[in-house]
Design a protein around this ligand. Sequence first.
Ligand SMILES: Cc1cc2nc3c(=O)[nH]c(=O)nc-3n(C[C@H](O)[C@H](O)[C@H](O)COP(=O)(O)OP(=O)(O)OC[C@H]3O[C@@H](n4cnc5c(N)ncnc54)[C@H](O)[C@@H]3O)c2cc1C
Length: 353
Amino acid sequence: MTVPRFPPHSNVAIVGAGIAGATCARLLHAAGQVVRAVDKSRGAGGRMATKRLEWTDAQGATHQARLDHGAPGFAIGDRAFADFAGAALGPAGLAAWTPALKAGSRPLPEAGPLLLPQPDMPALCRALLQGIEVTWSFQVDRLLRGPGGWQLEAAGTLLPGLHDRVVLALPPAQAAPLLAPHAPAWAAQAAQAVMEPCWTLIGVAQRPARATGWDLAQPTEGPLAWVMRADARPGRAAPADEAHWVAHACPSWARTHLEQPAAWVQAQLAAALEACVGEPIAWTHATVHRWRYARPGAPRAAGDAPHWWDPALGLGVCGDFLGGAGVEDAWRSGQALSAAVLANGPRPCSNAP
Ligand SMILES: Cc1cc2nc3c(=O)[nH]c(=O)nc-3n(C[C@H](O)[C@H](O)[C@H](O)COP(=O)(O)OP(=O)(O)OC[C@H]3O[C@@H](n4cnc5c(N)ncnc54)[C@H](O)[C@@H]3O)c2cc1C
């Protein structure tokens, strides 16, 4: 007899291990639900992302650096979120960063510091998912619903197990095709939700000859919206001769140039970064990352629910596009959906098909 590797039945399967899905999973797990999570990536975090760069120098030596290339952190808007994140990560797990802003920059939207999970951005989602069974590198492309529950399929392979309920914690364009056969009205809304793209330049260079005197710039013109000395951030120090740069293009520039070759985009953003720094940059290693769905493009209307939940189907949706615009909103959405699922009452966990 083949023994299944995973529990054959769960109360809730969560698709997506970003902050919305990880929050929902944590709260359901804490309430005694049997939770399974899956993600198409090899690890947690979603757009709370840290990229590992690796390169070989002229002498054949291999080097590595890790740079936060998605959300750079989150502001303390809702104290409850900072407390939730702090409780998951422990006392040393969240560091405050008050960047020195380049003169002439657009002001930061938030008054206080940015909070950064330690040692990297995905650490918060990893902590939230502790004790929860997660299957990585599983890109769900079909949800099947039968009398025994829901099943998840990727490229023709069914994930072993039946699930009473399914939660989609994905960007809307990725949720829409999964919703279409079961909740066409939600699928249509998700397909229409506007998400802003972003091109991000990430790289390691020699330290500038002159100290810049700032570690964050928000240019008022040109392709770049956000330029960050990543090694100035708490817990992200670089070797003394290196400067780590992360530069995000503004949404309008990224939208216009979304399908351009990466090499062309890299050249444009590197030139804009040099203009911002005011001197040539001697790159050791650099690359660009394209985010098709970086952030929601339109604010939610007042009164809109921060999640979707159909108790009869046992199907729910959460994510930043329902919660608002960023990390904290995605957390709020995942939290609200977990409460809705629990309010629906526990369903018996049975293996009957
Ligand atoms: C460049 C950039 C800058 C940002 N700046 C800020 C900022 O300054 N402040 C702020 O608050 N927010 C910022 N954000 C936005 C913030 O990162 C997001 O709002 C938040 O992380 C979204 O969380 P989520 O859980 O809703 O979605 P995600 O983090 O996108 O999580 C979705 C998960 O689903 C997985 N997935 C997708 N499709 C499938 C599938 N078919 N099967 C299985 N898994 C799947 C993905 O791999 C991912 O892990 C930024 C984002 C980017 C990209």
